[in-house]
Design a protein around this ligand. Structure first.
Ligand code: ADP
Ligand code: MG
Length: 503
């Protein structure tokens, strides 16, 4: 079982202000569904394609074209909802969100305002040191992405690339439950991890496949508790929404910068205006984009081209039955079955590939030893080489072989590192390499004793020192290891040294 403390972390308090202030953060995460085709057309979603090459007539809003829903996308939203322990709404509907933008040829975005496909859920967010909290999910709705305006290709003209137009997004909306920048980033990271496990979104933030609108407000100590009790937003400060953040680091920076801006305003006697803002990475400040728009500004109405979306409980159950083991469950199982620490289990379950690799190594072997080798030696080596588990030159069977040799006392831990390096760079069967290159541990006490006797005879001064200070006996252990090329069994060496030099 996970040993987690379900308690509220201390909210981030901003220093340097006249009063104490606390942060309140709610996120709207846009996750692009990993589907080959768009939400309402058969056009490809391939990233980096020639501009305007993946555009169906309906994406370009040609007159008379009709949207046809992509069932695969619906399934991915349901899968994501189930993984977030959320209510799946068997009946949902699509609405038109009307606004003009050059990269939106329809003049509206098809979204789900009134009846989203996924309702309330939650996600466990861990903050290290066993501290974890459930962050509430308000809803997940599906919507189309817009295209992209390009302003930096020509001094006089702007261009529009519609490849992204109509690509399926899931918008995952949290409750304002996060209290620090770290927690907000951990929330985004956890969502990304879960969606990668599911395969519903690749979580690639650089490509914009996952991005977050970050809502930030400030309040005096005690106010948030009142909100929690009543769920009345009136206890909270006015929020500003920072749009389109696609880096964990910038999300955290922007939250702090925005909170400081709001504190300055309020402490100077002003009030925060509800706005949509942009984070300027270079200047390290948020800037107003537009005043906050309300639902009625968009004239939302049910899309007359699409029927309400009705799905069956049996289909939802089928999807639920095929969900993979999710990060929390996998982590708990690793702790229980392999005796791992919370930290090691977190590292090893960060992604499915690492977890599968570890399991293959650890199966039938010492779990902790396997975890140490995978995390410290293998991951360390891969990182130094700018590789990852997908192109790892050492198979689980090879690494498992090395670990088996250590456990059987055939090789010492030190030799195992040399062996690992050989397997990593040259390949081969670890047991065979140990055999052919004479790397076996020397457990023959006669040979070790002979080496030790010689060292004692050659170093009378050192022997005298050990008589005064027994702690210095370690020097002899080191010398024996050196003399045997690291192959002497350290246990046997320690015993012999104690026998001969101890009192
Ligand atoms: P909209 O769709 O207009 O942006 P929502 O009611 O859907 O408005 O809320 C958007 C996000 O703002 C949600 O993630 C919510 O948690 C967050 N939020 C609401 N009130 C606050 C607040 N006072 N401080 C911080 N975040 C907030
Ligand atoms: Mg919003």
């Amino acid at each position: 079982m996970l040993d987690l403390t379900y308690e509220l972390p201390k909210p981030k308090v901003i220093s340097g202000a006249k009063h104490d202030w606390e942060l309140v953060i709610g996120l709207e995460v846009h996750a692009q569904v990993s589907s080959n085709a768009k939400l309402f057309s058969g056009a490809s979603t391939q990233f980096g394609a020639e501009p305007n090459s993946n555009v169906a007539f309906v994406d370009a809003a040609m007159p008379g074209m009709l949207p046809v829903i992509n069932e695969y996308c619906i399934e991915q939203a349901v899968r994501t909802g189930l993984a977030l322990k959320a209510q799946i709404n068997l009946s949902s509907a699509f609405d038109r969100k009307n606004y003009f933008y050059p990269d939106l040829p329809q003049g509206y975005q098809i979204s789900q305002l009134y009846h989203p496909i996924v309702g309330e859920g939650e996600v466990l967010v861990e903050l290290g040191n066993g501290l974890a909290r459930n962050i509430r999910i308000e809803r997940i709705h599906m919507e189309q992405d817009a295209g992209k305006s390009i302003h930096d290709m020509d001094p006089n003209m702007s261009f529009v690339d519609l490849n992204r137009t109509g690509v399926c997004l899931m918008e995952i909306v949290s409750r304002p439950d996060m209290r620090s920048p770290e927690e907000a980033a951990a929330f985004v990271a956890k969502l990304r991890q879960i969606m990668r496990y599911l395969g519903t979104c690749d979580g690639n933030m650089q490509n914009g496949n996952m991005r977050a609108d970050v809502n930030v407000s400030i309040c005096r100590p005690g106010q948030y508790e009142k909100y929690q009790e009543s769920q009345d937003f009136a206890h909270l400060g006015t929020r500003c929404e920072i749009k389109n953040m696609n880096s964990m680091r910038f999300i955290q920076q922007a939250i702090i910068v925005e909170a400081e801006r709001q504190i300055k305003i309020v402490e100077a006697g002003g009030s925060v205006a509800q706005e949509t803002r942009l984070y300027d990475v270079e200047k390290g400040e948020t800037r107003s984009m537009r005043s906050k728009e309300e639902a009625h500004d968009y004239r939302y109405f049910p899309d007359p081209d699409l029927l309400p979306l009705e799905i069956e409980q049996a289909w939802v159950d089928e999807i639920a039955a095929t969900l993979p083991e999710l990060p929390d469950a996998k982590k708990s199982r690793f702790i229980a079955d392999f005796g791992l620490s919370d930290y090691d289990a977190s590292v090893l379950t960060a992604d499915v590939e690492s977890a599968a690799y570890f399991e293959a190594v650890a199966e039938g072997r010492n779990g902790k030893l396997s975890a140490n080798w995978v995390i410290n030696e293998l991951f360390g080596r891969l990182k130094a080489d700018d590789k990852d588990i997908a192109n790892c030159p050492v198979t689980p069977a090879q690494l498992g072989g090395i670990i088996a040799l250590i456990s059987a006392d055939t090789i010492s831990g030190k030799i195992a590192k040399d062996l690992f390096e050989i397997v990593y760079s040259e390949g081969g069967d670890p047991a065979e390499i140990v055999e052919t290159r004479g790397m076996k541990q020397v457990t023959d006490t006669g040979a070790i004793e002979a080496a030790l006797d010689k060292i004692i005879a050659d170093n009378p001064a050192q022997v005298e020192k050990v008589k005064v200070n027994p702690k210095l006996a370690g020097w002899f252990v080191g010398q024996v290891m050196k003399a045997t090329g690291g192959k002497a069994n350290p246990k046997a060496v320690n015993q012999l040294v104690a026998q001969k030099l101890g009192d």
